[in-house]
Design a protein around this ligand. Structure first.
Ligand code: KG4
Ligand code: ZN
Length: 336
């Protein structure tokens, strides 16, 4: 079969990224320009600032990805781009750029769902991985348990009813004065704390439901800290970080295991920024080892936003004939 080379473009949040991937899994290049330092001082992503930053660097990021791959634009077979979900202004920068390139080069345009992209990072990291498997996708904007039935068919088994897991990590990190993004900072601090210091609530939805909710645990931590402050009592931040993380990891891991058992899948994949969490990885692996289920995850740089995952998803979309025309628009609340 002829080699298929895809240029992937990602700009849904605060990372401008481009990558060149051959046959879905062979990474020729991956370039990320992160805006974290710019948004840090605001404690979170400022959408308007994000769009402007994407515009400033996107051409350079794409050029660099092609340069590192040793290819010219004319060598790629298709352009894949994230068209949602995400910040609409940020998404539009990637979508318009991809549309212009596809039009000028007369190449196919493949629209990619960002959440599916996160899942696809596992195919890049694990060359022998094939569907079906269960995947927990947990990031700053989304938390889903999905059955990956084929390279292009995804069934949602559970989802958050309110906040995403990463959003809860970011909020609690802010309350503890740790900075942004909060996930990696809580992960690190929690290593020095006692996860059993405080038992924060684990919300159980109706029987049989694999859905979860993180707003309850978030509020519980905030109320707990307020109460201590009102009484002029101090607290150990590491214990709070560890106990909060424990509550989130407990819910994510037990629900994901239940999903795999229910659907009789023998492989669980983790994806999205929160998949880098060391406690989640350890807990998931320990729970599954007892049952002979294997747990896989991408390396941290493929867990957070990147364009390699978009190019991988674009390859399978290309094979499936999922092409867009010049009317492609950004869809901020695109569903999985
Ligand atoms: O996938 P991602 O880069 O962006 C979205 O699509 O949202 O995920 C970013 C999220 C942030 O909320 C960040 O705090 C969280 O992933 N995150 C982590 C860790 N590393 C990143 N959460 C917990 N533990 C980590 N080690
Ligand atoms: Zn993401």
């Amino acid at each position: 079969m002829k080699d298929i080379t895809i240029l992937g473009i990602e700009s849904s949040c605060d990372e401008t990224a481009a990558a060149v991937v051959r046959n879905g899994r062979e990474v020729l290049s991956g370039v990320i320009n992160t805006q974290i330092d710019i948004h840090k001082k605001f404690g979170g992503v400022v959408p308007e600032v994000a769009s402007r930053c994407h515009i400033e660097v996107i051409d350079e990021v794409i050029d660099e990805a092609l340069l590192q791959a040793g290819l010219a634009l004319s060598d790629v077979d298709a352009i894949a781009v994230t068209y949602g979900p995400g910040l609409v202004g940020a998404l539009l920068v990637g979508v318009s750029t991809a549309k212009s390139l596809a039009y000028a080069l007369k190449k196919p345009l493949v629209p990619v769902n960002h959440i599916r992209g996160h899942i696809m990072a596992n195919f890049v990291a694990h060359k022998d991985l094939e569907p079906p498997f269960v995947c927990l996708v947990a990031s700053g904007g989304h938390s889903h348990i999905v059955e990956v039935q084929s390279y292009t068919d995804f069934k949602i088994l559970g989802r958050t009813r309110d906040d995403a897991a990463g959003e809860a990590f970011d909020k609690i990190a802010r309350v503890l004065g740790l900075g942004y993004p909060g996930g990696p900072l809580i992960d690190e601090l929690a290593r020095k704390g006692n996860p059993e210091a405080v038992r924060f609530p684990r919300v159980k939805m109706a029987q049989n439901s694999l859905d979860f909710s993180f707003s309850g645990v978030k509020t519980a931590v905030i109320n707990y800290l307020h109460k201590l402050e009102q009484n002029n009592e101090g607290y150990n931040s590491a214990d709070i970080a560890a106990s909060f993380q424990e509550a989130v990891v407990d819910v994510l891991s037990t629900h994901t295991l239940e999903a795999a058992l229910k659907t009789k899948n023998r492989t669980i994949a983790l994806a999205g920024g929160v998949a880098s969490n060391s406690a989640l990885r350890e807990r998931m692996s320990a729970l599954c080892a007892e049952r002979g289920i294997s747990v896989i995850y991408p390396p941290p740089k493929l867990c957070t936003d990147n364009a390699v995952m978009i190019a991988c998803a674009g390859y399978y979309g290309y094979l499936n004939g999922d092409f867009a025309d010049m009317t492609l628009n950004a869809v901020a609340n695109l569903q999985l």
